[in-house]
Design a protein around this ligand. Structure first.
Ligand code: GLA
Length: 428
C-alpha cells in the first residue's frame, strides 16, 4: 500500500515537472505589453544616449503613466567578446555598459528590453545567440534585462522550418526560465520572412504560441520603404483576424510594432493610418510597442498613443483578443472588428483598407457575433471623439453602416447595452 502511494507521488511529481518543462513559466504578460522599441525609428543606429532620452521622454510626456513600460533596444547593439564568448554592447555607442543602462531605465520607473536572434547573426548582421543560449540568458539576467526579443534571421534550418525553429527558441525559453529572473520572452518570427508570401500564423498554435513565448509574431515586419508600410500593417491585421483563441493572459499574438506618422522615421504611415493601426491593435489585444522617435512625437501621434479609451480596450481585464466580425475575404478591404470587454461592453472598429471610399456595414450576421440579443438598445460611444457617436443609439440588429475614406480610414466605438431604454414591449 505504502509502496503504491510512493509510486503515485513519484508519478505526480514527474507529471508536474513534465508540464513545466516545455512551457514558458515566468508569470509575465498577463496583459499585452506596452512600450517603445528603437527599430522603426533609427534601425540599428542605436546608442545608450537614445535609450536614456527615450526613457526620460516616456516619463515626462506621461506615456509611462498611461502604461507604456518597456524601453527596448532592438538590433545593432551587440558584439561577442572573442575571449569570454559573452555578448557585450558596442563600446562606442554604449560606453556605460548594459547593466548601467538597465539601471538608468529602472530608475525612471520603466523596464529594460533588449534583442537577440536565434541564428548565428541578427537580421542586421550582428552576433546572434545560436549555440550561446545559456550564456546569453545568464548575461541578460545579470544585466537586469526585463524583456528579450529573439529574432528569426540566419538560423540553421532556415526561417520557416518548424522543427528547428521550435528547438532553437525552446533553448532560449528554457535558458531564460533557468535564470530565475522574470524576462518577458518576445518570439520574433518575422525576420527573414516575406510580408506577401509567408504565412506565420502557425506560430500562434501549440507547441509554439503561449508554450514558447509571452508574445509571438504572426506576420512579417510591419514597415517598408517606398510608402509600402501601410500594406504591411494591413497584412499583419489580416493575419490576426481569426487568431483570438490562441491569445490570453501570459501570451499574445504579435502583429508587430506601431508605426508613427513621423515622416523622418525610417518607417512611417499617414496620420490617419497610424490611428487606425492603434485602434485595431487594441481590438486585437496586441502588444502596443511604439516604433519611431518617441522624444518628439507630433501632437497628432501623441494624441493617438495617449488615447486612454483605446489603451483601456487593449488592456481590458477580460484579456480576450477581438476578431473580424465582417471581412471581405480574400481582399480584406472592408473589416468590422469586435472585442468583448470585461464590463459587458463591446468594442468595434470599422476599417476601410480599400482603394475607394466605402460604406461598411454591421448586418444581422455581424450582430449575431456580438454579445447583444435582438432588441437590445445600445449606447454608442465614439472612442476618438470621446463622446456619443453621430448615431448615439442603435437597436440590434439594425444594419449599422459607416462611410469611410480609402487607404486605412476607420472609426472605433464602444457599445454598452442601454438598460434604461428598455421598454416593456422590448421585454416581452
Ligand atoms: C527583423 C525583425 C524586426 C527588427 C529587425 C532588426 O526584421 O522582424 O522587428 O527587429 O529584424 O534587424
Amino acid at each position: 500500500m505504502l509502496m503504491s502511494f510512493n509510486r503515485l507521488g513519484v508519478i505526480v511529481v514527474v507529471l508536474l515537472f513534465a508540464s513545466e518543462a516545455g512551457a514558458l513559466n515566468n508569470g509575465l504578460g498577463r496583459l499585452p505589453p506596452m512600450g517603445y522599441n528603437t527599430w522603426n525609428g533609427v534601425q540599428d543606429a542605436v546608442s545608450e544616449d537614445i535609450i536614456r532620452h527615450r526613457a526620460v521622454s516616456m516619463v515626462k510626456s506621461g506615456l509611462r503613466d498611461l502604461g507604456y513600460e518597456y524601453v527596448i533596444v532592438d538590433d545593432g547593439w551587440a558584439i561577442r567578446n572573442a575571449t569570454t564568448r559573452r555578448l557585450e554592447p558596442n563600446a562606442s555607442a554604449f560606453p556605460s555598459g548594459m547593466k548601467a543602462l538597465a539601471q538608468f531605465v529602472h530608475a525612471q520607473g520603466l523596464k529594460f528590453g533588449t534583442y537577440t536572434d536565434r541564428g548565428t547573426k541578427t537580421c542586421a548582421g550582428h552576433p546572434g545567440s545560436y549555440g550561446y543560449e545559456r550564456l546569453d540568458a545568464q548575461t541578460f539576467a545579470e544585466w537586469e534585462v526585463d524583456y528579450l526579443k529573439e529574432d528569426n534571421c540566419n538560423a540553421p534550418g532556415g526561417p520557416l522550418n518548424k522543427k528547428t525553429s521550435l528547438e532553437q527558441w525552446s533553448l532560449m525559453r528554457d535558458a531564460l526560465n533557468a535564470t530565475g529572473r522574470p524576462i518577458f520572452f518576445s518570439v520574433c518570427a518575422g525576420g527573414d520572412t516575406h510580408p506577401f508570401i509567408n504565412d506565420l500564423t502557425w506560430y500562434a498554435e501549440p507547441p509554439f504560441g503561449a508554450a514558447l513565448g509571452n508574445s509571438w509574431r504572426i506576420s512579417a515586419d510591419v514597415g517598408a520603404v517606398l510608402g509600402l508600410s501601410w500594406v504591411t500593417a494591413r497584412n499583419a491585421m489580416l493575419a490576426n483576424a481569426n487568431l483570438s483563441r490562441w491569445a490570453g493572459p501570459g501570451g499574445w499574438n504579435d502583429p508587430d510594432m506601431l508605426l508613427t506618422s513621423n515622416p523622418n522615421a525610417w518607417y512611417h504611415i499617414t496620420p490617419e493610418q497610424s490611428r487606425t493601426q492603434f485602434s485595431v491593435w487594441a481590438l486585437m489585444a496586441a502588444p502596443l510597442i511604439i516604433g519611431g522617435p518617441i522624444a518628439n512625437l507630433s501632437a497628432w501621434d501623441f494624441e493617438t498613443y495617449s488615447n486612454k479609451e483605446i489603451i483601456d480596450i487593449d488592456q481590458d481585464p477580460l484579456a480576450q483578443q477581438g476578431s473580424a466580425l465582417v471581412i471581405d475575404y480574400p481582399l480584406g478591404n472592408h473589416i468590422v472588428w469586435g472585442r468583448h470587454l470585461a464590463d459587458g461592453g463591446f468594442a468595434m472598429a470599422f476599417v476601410n483598407c480599400g482603394l475607394l471610399d466605402a460604406s461598411i456595414t454591421c448586418d444581422a450576421g455581424c450582430w449575431a457575433k456580438t454579445p447583444f440579443a435582438t432588441g437590445t438598445v445600445l449606447s454608442v460611444r465614439d472612442l476618438w471623439k470621446h463622446g456619443p457617436a453621430t448615431n448615439p443609439t442603435i437597436r440590434v440588429p439594425e444594419p449599422w453602416s459607416i462611410r469611410l475614406g480609402a487607404h486605412g480610414s476607420s472609426q472605433s466605438f464602444k457599445l454598452v447595452a442601454n438598460h434604461s431604454s428598455f421598454t416593456p414591449s422590448l421585454l416581452v
